[in-house]
Each structure stands twice: as structure tokens, then as C-alpha cells.
Design a protein around this ligand. Structure first.
Ligand SMILES: Cc1cc2nc3c(=O)[nH]c(=O)nc-3n(C[C@H](O)[C@H](O)[C@H](O)COP(=O)(O)OP(=O)(O)OC[C@H]3O[C@@H](n4cnc5c(N)ncnc54)[C@H](O)[C@@H]3O)c2cc1C
Ligand code: SF4
Length: 509
């Protein structure tokens, strides 16, 4: 088990010295901590969330997991501006960050996205072959493997059959797993230590090389001496009910912010670092996501098997990726329409339900604003082109399920009834108001985007915050555009690139 020091039980002010202090222990931060600790640096990791050992995840009900492991009980919202649905943005808040609650899906940065970075953003050095050593290092560390077809859930099998009948090419998904038994609990932490999230891979390696990992430790500010970062300060969650109370200070030669796309820009702003570009907190992409539920006459038992095992990029030219998913039966029952006896009857059909999801490769339009207290306010204004794709995603997923023999579908339109094929085809999805569309995101990115010049970006391509010294960013916030696919592997790869650069960069004297 990773040795983690909880600040809940600490008393009084805490002061520590380190070579490098890493804020956040998720996909980006864990990689930085491990790579630098293994290179001999004295590393301290500060994580706001608690430490939940892998085996304890399995003892939590989903509702407990939402409360203890997910940020804000999974109720964080990006408020839709203009013709945009409100978006439920979910994140992890735990040692291991969102990596702990992923479905394990792993994608490299798609070729056409890298081309855009090269062509439109001048990052010509970020080629597939230049990134290869970093990918290889991450893929080995988190054990990326293709999900075998025999682990597919019947939910996914149904969708795949229907989608292929419509001419979509369905492909197997790669995941960071080792010994997965298909229990389907991935989003609530893997109780079998089979999902190779960073809490069971990179963080134990970092700790083995002397990194100190603190949980329940909220960083509030980067300490700057002129333009140079010299540490961070904040409060430990050692107050009543785990509220932040006693102060801590970590003085360090180098600071790396890996608090995720919603929090890294806030830390920069609260530390008075805005940069000439004024882009901090802007350009947020989220991969707006929509789910489709379908009822079949046979038993599907969609929870049995790998939650996510197939996807299609056949619609990527339009900006759409369709991807397998499932949610626990209890949560699923709560999403069904109707009340009283009708809801009860529908909940009884949970074993007959299949689910698939679709995400939009969005243009951005999201923004992280400083809130009144500690939490940010998130807003998102959908580009016209992206907004027009919502009915397209819904129609495509519904038709695939009907092609596979579904009797009824439940669309992400709030208040809409279950629909058979005729009702579905007649439904005016194009006319539905944004506020009536259920939309979620697990992939906020881009709020401190990397780039080639301080005028257009917040950090350079090795994560250094422009016009500062010894201050770096390594997390989803540096990803400069939406990827159209799940981002954890890309984030870990870019973080590895930052870490390998830092290994070779002497500290300022
Ligand atoms: C439910 C869910 C499913 C997902 N499934 C997949 C998937 O299958 N495949 C995939 O590729 N991606 C998936 N993702 C997305 C992926 O997990 C994230 O993109 C990735 O983990 C982001 O990495 P990060 O380092 O930017 O942030 P995170 O991993 O979120 O880590 C940031 C950490 O910083 C901590 N923190 C924030 N502020 C502070 C502060 N002030 N002080 C101290 N600590 C702080 C947070 O508590 C958090 O632990 C999923 C995400 C979710 C929520
Ligand atoms: S499906 Fe596999 S990776 Fe997911 S929780 Fe179960 S054993 Fe772990």
C-alpha cells in the first residue's frame, strides 16, 4: 500500500523543505512525482483529497464513493451560456485524482490532433515519433492492454452489432489494467487492484524513492519571490468535519502544479500570476458527452464485463466518438423516467438495459472563473458546430440500438418518455432546448494551454509558466485543444515529457 501521510490527524503548523513540491496527485502529478523521485530529487506531493486504499474502494457503496472519492459528490456543473446545455463535470478528489475513477480507457493523441498542434499552433516538434519514448514509458508503467472480446459486456455487444449493421467500424479499446475480472466497478475505484491507476502504479514507485505524499492538504497559493516560485502554502484538513484549519508551508526549489484543469488556473490566479496572454482559465474543452440507454427483450446484465471495451471513430470526421460505458444498476434505476409504480416497473427492467455513450470533439468555449470561496465557477459556451452535433449523436446511437433489436430507448432529453423506433424517428431532437438536454463531461482540459509564445498560451511545451522561474504545470490544463478521445494517457505522456525535461534542468541558484 502506498505510504501516505494524512493531514487530518496532524496538529499545529507544518513546515517542510523539498527540492520539488507537486500540487495534486492525479494523472499528471503522480507521474511528475515518480519520475523526479526516481531521478534522486526530494519530492513532496500535496493532495487535497483523502487517501482511499484500493481495497477500501470495494467496501464503499456508489453513493459513499461519490461523497468521499469524487469531487463535490459529482455535482460540479459548467453552466451553459447561450445555446448550451448545463454540463455535469465530474472529477476525482482523492490520492490518485481522477485517475482513480476512470474506466481505464487509454488513447494516444490522435494523429489529426497532433497535426493541428503542429500546423495551427506551431508545435512542430510534437510529432508521433518524438512522443514515442514518453508513450512507451507510460504504457509500460500503467500496463496498457487491449480489452479481449470475451470481456465485452452484452450491453456493448448489442451496440456493436447494431453499429456495424449501420456501417460503423467498431474497434477494441485499450485500458490500463492487469488482471481485470470485468466486475464493472471502475468508476468507483477498482477493489481488485486490477486497474493500474496512478495510486497503485506511479505513486508507490515515487514513495519507494523517498517522495512524501500528503493527503487532506489543500494548497491555496504559490509563494513567489519576484518572478520565482519558492514554495506553496495552504491549510490542512484537520478542522472539525475535515474542514481546512492549520496552515502548512512547503519551501521548494521548484513548484509543479498538477491540480487539474479546474484548479490549476485558480492557483495561478490566486498567486497573482496571470501572464501577458490573459489566457489563464480560458479555452476549456470538455468533450460534451451524451448517453443512450436501450431496453432489449432479452437479459443484458450490462454490468457484467468490462465497462468500456469498444468504440468507433468512424464519425471522427464529423467530430464524434462513440464509446462503450455502463453505470451501476442502482444509479441506472434512478435515471429512468416516470414516478411511483411506473418507475418501479421500469427499474425492474434494469437487467434488460444496454448503454452507449457519445462525445463531441469540441472547439472549447469553457472558462474557469474564480468563485467567492475556494471553488471555481465553470462556464461553457458551445460552438455552433458542436451544438448542431447533439441531435446527430443522439440519432446515431438510437439507430444503432434499434438496428440491434432494441424495443425502446431512453434518450438524454430530460422529461422525454421512453421511445420505440417510430416515436424516436419522429421526435424533433433538433428543436429541443439546450436546458432540456442531459450532458456530462469527465474530461476538462486546456485551461492553462501550452503553446509556443507567451502571447497565446499560459505555459510552454515543457510546462513552464511563461515569464516565471521554477514554476511548472503538468496536468490536463496544459492540453491545448480537445482530443476527441479520453485524455489520461495523453496527460501522463505530456507530464512525462515535463518530468524528463526537469530531470535535466539544474535548479536556479
Ligand atoms: C468518472 C471519470 C471517468 C474517467 N474515465 C476516463 C477514462 O476511462 N480514460 C481516460 O483517459 N480518462 C478518463 N477520465 C479523465 C481522466 O481521469 C482525467 O483527464 C485525468 O485524470 C486528469 O488528470 P489531471 O492530472 O489533470 O487531474 P486529476 O487526475 O483530476 O488530479 C488532480 C488532483 O489535484 C487535486 N487538487 C486540486 N486542487 C488542489 C489543491 N488546491 N491542493 C491540493 N490538491 C488539489 C485534486 O483533488 C485531484 O486529486 C475520467 C474522469 C472521470 C472523472
Ligand atoms: S472491471 Fe476490472 S478494472 Fe474495473 S473495477 Fe472491475 S476488476 Fe477493476
Amino acid at each position: 500500500m502506498t505510504p501516505v501521510e494524512s493531514c487530518r490527524t496532524k496538529e499545529g503548523r507544518l513546515e517542510i523543505e523539498a527540492d520539488v513540491v507537486v500540487v495534486g496527485s492525479g494523472a499528471g502529478g503522480a507521474v511528475i512525482a515518480c519520475e523526479l523521485a526516481e531521478a534522486g530529487h526530494k519530492v513532496v506531493v500535496l493532495e487535497e483529497g483523502p487517501f482511499v486504499p484500493a481495497l477500501e474502494h470495494g467496501q464503499m457503496r456508489p453513493s459513499e464513493s461519490l461523497r468521499h472519492v469524487w469531487r463535490g459528490g459529482a455535482f460540479t456543473v459548467a453552466f451553459g451560456l447561450g445555446d448550451t446545455p448545463h454540463i455535469n463535470v465530474t472529477m476525482g478528489r482523492v490520492v490518485g485524482g481522477s485517475s482513480t475513477v476512470t474506466g481505464g480507457v487509454c488513447f494516444r493523441v490522435p494523429g489529426q490532433v497532433l497535426s493541428t498542434w503542429q500546423r495551427e499552433r506551431g508545435m512542430t516538434h510534437l510529432t508521433e515519433s518524438a512522443l514515442e519514448p514518453y508513450y512507451a514509458s507510460v504504457e509500460e508503467a500503467v500496463h496498457v492492454e487491449t480489452v479481449p472480446v470475451n470481456m465485452r459486456s452484452k450491453s456493448t455487444e448489442h451496440f456493436v452489432r447494431g453499429a456495424e449493421a449501420r456501417g460503423l467500424v467498431m474497434k477494441p479499446i485499450a485500458r490500463n489494467t492487469d488482471g481485470c475480472n470485468g466486475c464493472g466497478r471502475c468508476n468507483f475505484g477498482c477493489p481488485h487492484v486490477a486497474k493500474m491507476s496512478v495510486d497503485v502504479t506511479y505513486l508507490p514507485r515515487a514513495a519507494a524513492k523517498g517522495a512524501r505524499i500528503f493527503a487532506d492538504c489543500l494548497v491555496e497559493r504559490v509563494i513567489m519571490k519576484g518572478d520565482r516560485a519558492v514554495g506553496v502554502e495552504g491549510r490542512m484538513a484537520n478542522g472539525k468535519y475535515g474542514k481546512p484549519k492549520d496552515a502548512f508551508v512547503v519551501r521548494a526549489k521548484r513548484v509543479v502544479l498538477s491540480a487539474g484543469a479546474a484548479y490549476t488556473p485558480l492557483l495561478l490566479r490566486r498567486s497573482g500570476i496571470t501572464g501577458v496572454s490573459n489566457q489563464t482559465g480560458k479555452n476549456v474543452t470538455v468533450h460534451p458527452g451524451f448517453r443512450m440507454i436501450a431496453r432489449f427483450s432479452d437479459e443484458v446484465r450490462g454490468w457484467a464485463g468490462a465497462m468500456q471495451s469498444a468504440y468507433t471513430d468512424s464519425l471522427e470526421h464529423e467530430g464524434i466518438t462513440l464509446m462503450g460505458l455502463f453505470v451501476p444498476p442502482a444509479v441506472l434505476a434512478a435515471t429512468m423516467p416516470g414516478q411511483g409504480p411506473e418507475l418501479l416497473r421500469r427499474a425492474g427492467t434494469v437487467k434488460n438495459l444496454a448503454i452507449f455513450g457519445g462525445i463531441i470533439h469540441d472547439e472549447g468555449g469553457g472558462r474557469v472563473w474564480p468563485g467567492f470561496g475556494r471553488e471555481p465557477i465553470l462556464t461553457y459556451r458551445m460552438a455552433k458546430h458542436d451544438r448542431a452535433l447533439i441531435p446527430r449523436v443522439i440519432r446515431e446511437m438510437g439507430e444503432a440500438f434499434f438496428a440491434a433489436g432494441a424495443k425502446e430507448v431512453f434518450t438524454p432529453i430530460l422529461g422525454a418518455p421512453g421511445m420505440d423506433a417510430d416515436a424516436f424517428r419522429a421526435f424533433p431532437f433538433e428543436d429541443v432546448k439546450s436546458r432540456d438536454i442531459e450532458c456530462s463531461s469527465q474530461h476538462p482540459l486546456g485551461s492553462c494551454r501550452m503553446g509556443m509564445t507567451p502571447e497565446h498560451s499560459v505555459v510552454d511545451t515543457v510546462g513552464k509558466v511563461w515569464d516565471t522561474r521554477e514554476l511548472y504545470v503538468a496536468d490536463g490544463s496544459m492540453v491545448p485543444t480537445s482530443l476527441g478521445v479520453n485524455p489520461q494517457l495523453a496527460i501522463m505522456t505530456l507530464a512525462t515529457r515535463v518530468a524528463w525535461h526537469l530531470r535535466e534542468t539544474p535548479y536556479l541558484s
